[in-house]
Ligand binder design. Structure first.
Ligand SMILES: CC(C)(COP(=O)(O)OP(=O)(O)OC[C@H]1O[C@@H](n2cnc3c(N)ncnc32)[C@H](O)[C@@H]1OP(=O)(O)O)[C@@H](O)C(=O)NCCC(=O)NCCS
Length: 325
């Protein structure tokens, strides 16, 4: 068995910033409520002409550039997304073509906001087994397109973005040390995009094309899921929690992160948080955070990093890795 390591990382967010005060002009909310209940101060929002693949391609190009590889050497493109441009072709096929990964296979992974952890696990297992040597792994979503801007329970939470990594085969014991994935379909109704799928392809009510959420239930799941994912992935990797230099959690709500900090007794400074700038960018939140943490000097060669997330499904997942760049 082999392992896989990250050799390039990149991210991209749309230019348009929507602040909490902007939202307070269209829905009954306030900057104070959003900041206190979530930690979010602003989010990035795509225009009508920009789709998920547009963001994914830009993030991928940056990750490929940093890695220094020839796109022809990419063996597989795996994209975690729940807001694809079209049901088919997949976002991964669009990216494969755009970045010149002419020798790569391509697949999307659907695990909502857990998408990047799922996609990274799929790609790293392809590499561990020796099926492939090089993978492009992306988390990309444009959930603001699926928001009801009159629903203050959801419209304040989400933003758009994409992040990407290039994975390369390495020796066991370095790079990605363990993956842990989990799902609990009993919670399938707590976070839903009801319209537009095969159950309700032409919803009569426009609102059924939008995200609907039971925030309290998702919150309860999220706290437990993050805690369990971190404990389980560390155990699988044979790593003690105190050996982890940086935990990069899914960026949904700072109160969820605070609960986990308290429960596990890991100092808050070891949790990376940038949700104040972007809101919840779904599958993109973790790779955007990896990119920012790396470029901001918060990750050094040899550090043990844990990435942990949760999402609709309900799903959760984690990866733990030794940083090798
Ligand atoms: C959504 C969330 C921030 C709501 O926070 P909360 O503390 O649970 O708030 P509640 O739902 O209890 O609402 C409290 C009050 O604030 C109101 N409220 C909800 N959203 C509001 C907003 N944007 N602005 C102002 N008030 C709001 C509610 O209507 C409620 O009013 P009421 O008491 O008069 O009924 C929180 O539940 C959460 O973050 N859940 C997880 C969501 C998530 O992460 N989803 C993505 C998963 S990948």
């Amino acid at each position: 068995m082999k392992s896989s390591k990250i050799i390039g990382v990149g991210s991209h967010v749309p230019e348009k910033i929507v602040t909490n005060d902007d939202l307070a002009k269209i829905v009954d909310t306030s900057d104070e409520w959003i900041k206190t209940r979530t930690g979010i101060e602003q989010r990035r929002v795509t225009d009508d002409q920009t789709s998920t693949s547009d963001l994914a391609i830009k993030a991928a190009q940056k990750a490929i550039k940093m890695s220094g590889i020839d796109p022809k050497d990419i063996d597989v493109v795996v994209v975690g997304t729940c807001s694809p441009d079209t049901l088919f072709p997949s976002v991964s096929c669009i990216v494969q073509n755009a970045v010149g990964a002419v020798n790569a296979s391509a697949l999307d992974v659907s695990a909502a906001c857990s998408g990047f952890n799922y996609a990274l696990s799929v790609a790293s297992n392809f590499i561990s087994l020796g099926t492939y040597k090089t993978a492009l792994v992306i988390g990309a979503d444009t959930l603001t397109k699926y928001l009801n801007w009159q629903d203050r329970n959801t419209c304040v939470l989400f933003g758009d973005g994409a992040g990407a990594v290039v994975l390369k085969q390495t020796e066991k014991g370095s790079g990605i040390l363990a993956n842990y994935l989990y799902a609990d379909g009993t919670g399938k109704e707590f976070l839903v995009m009801p319209g537009g799928g095969s159950r309700n392809i032409r919803p009569k009510d426009e609102e059924e094309r939008c995200i609907s959420m039971n925030g309290k239930e998702v919150f309860k799941f999220a706290v437990k899921a993050l805690e369990n994912s971190l404990v389980n992935v560390a155990k699988l990797a044979g790593v003690k929690l105190e050996e982890i230099s940086l935990v990069i959690p899914h960026q949904a709500n700072v109160r969820i992160i605070d609960h986990v900090v308290k429960k596990l007794g890991i100092p808050k400074e070891r949790f990376f948080v940038n949700l104040q700038k972007y809101g919840n960018t779904s599958s993109a939140s973790i790779p955007i955070a990896i990119d920012e943490a790396w470029r901001g000097g918060k990750i050094k060669k040899g550090d043990i990093i844990a990435i942990i997330g949760f999402g609709a499904g309900l799903t959760s997942g984690a990866n733990i890795l030794k940083w090798e760049v």
